[in-house]
Write a new protein. Structure first.
Length: 75
C-alpha cells in the first residue's frame, strides 16, 4: 500500500475505538452464554430415515415428479 496520511490513521483509530465500544456494550448486555443456556437441555433424539419405495430402472435419474391430489404421495 501507499503512504497513509494523518486522516486515514485517525479514521482507523476511531474505527477501532468504536469497535471496542460496541464489544463492551455487548458484554454489558450479555446475561448468559450459549453453553450455560444449553446445560439444562436434554440430548436430541436420533431421527431415523427410511425408504418407503425405491425407484428402479431410472439409472439414478428422475426427470419429473408428480404428487397425488392431497400432496402426500409421489405418483
Amino acid at each position: 500500500m501507499g503512504k497513509e496520511d494523518a486522516e486515514t490513521v485517525a479514521l482507523k483509530k476511531e474505527l477501532e475505538a468504536l469497535i471496542d465500544k460496541c464489544k463492551e456494550e455487548q458484554k454489558k448486555q450479555q446475561d448468559t452464554t450459549l453453553e450455560q443456556a444449553c446445560n439444562g437441555v436434554a440430548d436430541a433424539s436420533k431421527v431415523r430415515l427410511s425408504t418407503k419405495k425405491l425407484l428402479k430402472g431410472h439409472i439414478n435419474k428422475v426427470n419429473s415428479v408428480h404428487y397425488s391430489g392431497d400432496n402426500r404421495l409421489v405418483v
